[in-house]
Ligand binder design. Structure first.
Ligand SMILES: [Zn+2]
Length: 250
C-alpha cells in the first residue's frame, strides 16, 4: 500500500482529478461514507475505462473494508465492480508496481467478497434490493470469477443484456447480435446455486442474481455462458470467444 503522500500519486489518473481528496476523506473517516464511495468509484470507472489510479487505490479500499460493517462493505464492493473489471481491457504489466498494488488490493477485497457472498444475513439483504444485488454480483464476478467475463457483462449492460457482438475466426461477424433470440446459440444449462459453494462461476453468479429476483441479467446468462455455432462455417465456440474476438478485431 503506497502512502497517500507519496509523489507517485501525482502521476496517476482517474476520470476526475480530485479523486485523491475523496480517497483521503475515506481513509480518514471524513464526510458521508457512501457518498464518497460512490464518487470515487465513478471516478475510477467512468465509461468503463481503465484508470491507472485504480491499482493504487485498491489496497487503501481493502484496508477501509476491514473497518466497515457488513452492509457498508457490501456497498463498497458493489460500487467497485466496473473499475476492477476494466483492468481486463488493459491488463497490467506483470512485475510492475501497479500490478503489485492492484493484486494486493484485489486479494483483500476478494477475501471480503468470499466471506460476504455466503453469509445468510447478507444474502437476505441482497434479496431486498435488486439493484444492489446486481452490482454486488457483477463485482463478485470481477473479484472471484473471470475478470474478462465481468468486463464483458458491463459492456452488455449498455445494450440492456438484449444484444451483444459476435465474430467467428472465419470472418463472420455481427455488431448487433440478437443475443436473446439468435438460433445459433446453444444455451448452457445452469444449475441452481446452493448459496455456499463458489466452484462454478455461472452457478453462483446466476444464483446471486436469483436471490434478488433479477429479471434483467438472468435471461442472458444461459446464452452468454452457452456456445455459438457459426452460421457461416459451422465452428462451435463459447459465446465469450465470439464476443472477445469482436471486441479485439472490429
Ligand atoms: Zn465461422
Amino acid at each position: 500500500m503506497i502512502d497517500l503522500n507519496d509523489p507517485v500519486w501525482g502521476t496517476l489518473h482517474a476520470a476526475v482529478s480530485s479523486y485523491q481528496n475523496v480517497l483521503r476523506d475515506l481513509a480518514e473517516g471524513r464526510g458521508d461514507l457512501r457518498e464518497n464511495i460512490e464518487v470515487l468509484a465513478e471516478d475510477l470507472s467512468h465509461q468503463l475505462s481503465w484508470y491507472d489510479a485504480t491499482a493504487y487505490v485498491l489496497p487503501h479500499l481493502g484496508a477501509l473494508c476491514g473497518t466497515l460493517e457488513d452492509g457498508d462493505c457490501v456497498y463498497l464492493l458493489a460500487q467497485l465492480g466496473a473499475a476492477i473489471a476494466a483492468e481486463a481491457s488493459c491488463p497490467l504489466e506483470p512485475d510492475s508496481e501497479a500490478h503489485r498494488e492492484f493484486h494486493e488490493g484485489l486479494a483483500i477485497l476478494a477475501q471480503e467478497a468470499r466471506r460476504l457472498i455466503v453469509d445468510p444475513t447478507v444474502q437476505e439483504m441482497l434479496g431486498q434490493d435488486t439493484e444492489l444485488a446486481q452490482m454486488f454480483a457483477l463485482s463478485a464476478l470481477a473479484l472471484l470469477g473471470d475478470r474478462r467475463h465481468a468486463y464483458d457483462l458491463f459492456l452488455l449492460s449498455a445494450y440492456c443484456w438484449q444484444d451483444g457482438h459476435a465474430a467467428c475466426a472465419c470472418g463472420w461477424n455481427n455488431e448487433e447480435f440478437p443475443l436473446l433470440e439468435a438460433d445459433c446459440i446453444l444455451p448452457a444449462q445452469i444449475a441452481p446455486w446452493d448459496g455456499k459453494h463458489l466452484t462454478d462461476e455461472a452457478v453462483w453468479f446466476s444464483g446471486l442474481l436469483a436471490l434478488a429476483g433479477d429479471e434483467e441479467i438472468a435471461p442472458a446468462l444461459p446464452r452468454v455462458y452457452g456456445a455459438g455455432v457459426c452460421p457461416q462455417c459451422g465452428k462451435k465456440e463459447p459465446y465469450w470467444a465470439w464476443l472477445d474476438r469482436f471486441m479485439e478485431e472490429y
